[in-house]
Design a binder for this molecule. Structure first.
Ligand SMILES: NC(=O)c1ccc[n+]([C@@H]2O[C@H](COP(=O)([O-])OP(=O)(O)OC[C@H]3O[C@@H](n4cnc5c(N)ncnc54)[C@H](OP(=O)(O)O)[C@@H]3O)[C@@H](O)[C@H]2O)c1
Length: 316
């Protein structure tokens, strides 16, 4: 398995298992199957409401001797309702407790959007904090303390655009080590990718398959990535599946990638993406795919009920 490298030389396995929407009751087994298949990187978050079951899957694998803790790379994310300085440590401790771990390999600020404590999803103006109430610098200071304490070996962000990253880069202290964002052929984000590379920030691609299980009614007309004819042609050429081509695309860009599955055969299929080697012609075809689409559009965090604008999330 190819690794990416943090500034201190620590390694991040380039392919991991996503766990958003993986139901309690399914994800314990999925995590076990993934570790058994060779995955060493797990992408988790408090808001997925399944970290206890993910933790059980990890514990099962450790107990059966499939892997040792220090061979696993586990990421979790700080939810929007815990951005105040005093809320970060307890949020991290809750994730550690649920995951049955004594440290995380990577802890990310999930979104540059803050809710008041206890609010799962803010739907009214009074349930949000603004950047004046809780500046991102306050959250970032607390994240650095978690790294200093050893509770998180690495720290970073998710869904941060260039201007938000610049804000953190301008602060004294630790620089973000990771930005986890949506990256797939309908959304290659070349500008953001180059900016991160220039600033020594690693990238993780989320929703690499176009997140087909997260389609809300308002997304029912979204383009389908897994059925795209260009993706299917490349898959046919390599004797691979569409999913494998999409995962291999991120790997070819030296970007970590975390496809979600709770199905054993797809977990194994996705792992074998590391064996698919895309050539220049394939890469050219994928960049010229001709469809531009963001699946996780951030609209639930913006709009008239919110102090945040889409420009707080995405570069123009
Ligand atoms: N930081 C963030 O804000 C953020 C946002 C979104 C996602 N993420 C992370 O990224 C992970 C992946 O993104 P995602 O869950 O949105 O979607 P995704 O990985 O793009 O797609 C997952 C869906 O594809 C199906 N699938 C998996 N492998 C397949 C294959 N080889 N062929 C066909 N279908 C396949 C899965 O079904 P089965 O489970 O039935 O196989 C599931 O329905 C998340 O789970 C989460 O860890 C992070």
């Amino acid at each position: 398995m190819k690794n990416l490298e943090f500034r201190n030389g620590d390694k991040l396995p380039i392919l991991g298992l996503g766990t958003w929407k993986s139901k309690p009751g399914e994800v314990r087994q999925a995590v076990y199957w993934a570790i058994e298949a060779g995955y060493r990187h797990l992408d988790c978050a408090a808001v997925y409401q399944n970290e206890r079951e993910v933790g059980q899957g990890i514990a099962d694998a450790l107990a059966d001797g499939l892997v040792k803790r220090n061979d696993l790379f586990v990421t979790s994310k700080l939810w929007n309702n815990s951005h105040r300085h005093e809320d970060v440590k307890p949020a991290l401790e809750k994730s550690l407790n649920d995951l049955r771990l004594d440290y995380l390999d990577l802890y990310l600020i999930h979104w540059p959007v803050a809710f008041k404590p206890g609010i799962g999803l803010a739907t009214h103006r009074e349930e949000f904090y603004t950047y004046q109430d809780v500046p991102l610098s306050q959250t970032w200071t607390a994240m650095q303390e978690q790294k200093a304490s050893g509770a998180a070996k690495h720290i970073g962000v998710s869904n941060f655009n260039q201007s938000k990253l610049k804000e953190l880069l301008a602060l004294p202290g630790e620089k973000p080590e990771m930005n986890q964002v949506e990256l797939q052929p309908f959304l290659p984000q070349e500008g953001l990718v180059n900016f991160c590379r220039e600033n020594g920030i690693l990238l993780t691609a989320f929703s690499p398959l176009g997140s087909p299980d997260s389609r809300a009614e308002r997304h029912k007309n979204d383009p389908k990535l897994l059925d795209n004819p260009i993706v299917l042609d490349i898959a046919k050429k390599h004797g691979a599946t569409a999913g494998q081509v999409l995962i291999a695309w991120s790997i070819s860009r030296e970007i970590a990638v975390v496809p979600k599955s709770v199905d054993q055969s797809r977990i194994i299929e996705n792992f074998k993406s590391t064996e698919v080697s895309l050539d220049d012609q394939d890469l050219e075809a994928l960049v010229s795919i001709g469809i531009s689409h963001r699946f996780a559009d951030g609209s639930i965090f913006t709009g008239p009920q919110s102090p945040y604008k889409l420009s707080d999330l995405w570069d123009a």
